[in-house]
Design a protein around this ligand. Structure first.
Ligand code: MG
Ligand code: MG
Length: 266
């Protein structure tokens, strides 16, 4: 069952999401060659606590960090560690949740570490565009598949607003891999609520209503779709071909005024 959030709940989620945005602001300036992912986790923990929120991820199904830090071919759920040091040319996906008075904001972003390759730059641009194309469909009267389809079309090079510089010489868009086993989700009093949102069309005709809040989160790969969970820690998800992956996520409410991003700076 999909919960509709009240105005008051959306206001509280906007506050939680604003703190998540502050964490991302801190991450953006902290991500540099030489920093460990554990140091990033410590910075995130401080920002969350200073703003009177609790870190949603910490202890969630036993997760040991306040953020997920997934480097290059890692897709999601990377565990912060003092031994994982970022290097020039890496990309790192940072996913963070904050809870304020029982309500959750959830957002992820992939950051370049120093100077990155053109191939990685394009992957980040396309995944961010896939997120915003998905967000534009978060309106009452649309169906869930409209969001999924907007993400899919962007990843497969079919969206109309793909910039010319990201296209092949023949004018077609590049095709990227789309992670299948993970996707977006309803969010509110729990981090993961109904509905599950695929990042590709599944013919889901569930109608969106004002008051629905969904974390829209494309995970797009340079290579194949397939991913695998680490047998070493049972958490970290990586691409099977070891090619890089990007992850951009916002918590978004459908409102009378259209899509409202709750995890932007207030
Ligand atoms: Mg997230
Ligand atoms: Mg999420």
């Amino acid at each position: 069952m999909i919960n509709r959030k009240s105005r008051e709940e959306i206001k509280l989620m906007r506050h939680a999401g604003g703190v998540v945005a502050l964490v991302h602001q801190a991450m953006k300036s902290a991500v540099k060659p030489g920093i460990s992912t554990l140091e990033l986790d410590e910075i995130a923990a401080r920002v969350i606590k200073e703003n009177k929120c609790t870190p949603t991820f910490l202890g969630y199904n036993g997760f040991p960090g306040c953020i997920c830090t997934s480097i290059n071919e890692e897709v999601v759920h990377g565990i912060p560690s003092k031994d994982r040091i970022l290097k020039e040319g890496d990309i790192v996906s940072i996913d963070v949740g904050a809870t304020y008075r029982g309500l959750v904001g959830d957002s992820a972003w992939t950051y370049p570490v120093g100077k990155i390759s053109k191939e990685y730059e394009d992957l980040l641009k396309i995944t961010e565009l896939a997120l915003f194309n998905g967000i534009s469909k978060m309106r009452e009267g649309n169906v869930l598949d409209d969001i999924s389809g907007a993400v899919e079309d962007t990843a497969l090079g079919r969206a109309e607003n793909i910039p010319a510089e990201l296209k092949n010489p023949d004018g077609t868009g590049k095709k990227y891999g789309i992670v299948r086993q993970y996707g977006g989700h309803g969010v509110g009093r729990n981090m993961h609520e109904d509905p599950f949102l695929f990042n590709y069309r599944v013919n889901n005709k569930t109608k969106l209503k004002n008051g629905y809040v969904i974390a829209i989160e494309p995970m797009i790969n340079l290579g194949v779709d397939e991913v695998v969970v680490s047998t070493a820690d049972d958490w970290c998800v990586s691409t099977v071909d070891n090619k890089a992956s990007a992850h951009f996520e916002h918590t978004v409410a459908a409102t009378e005024d259209g899509p409202l991003i709750l995890t932007a700076l207030e």
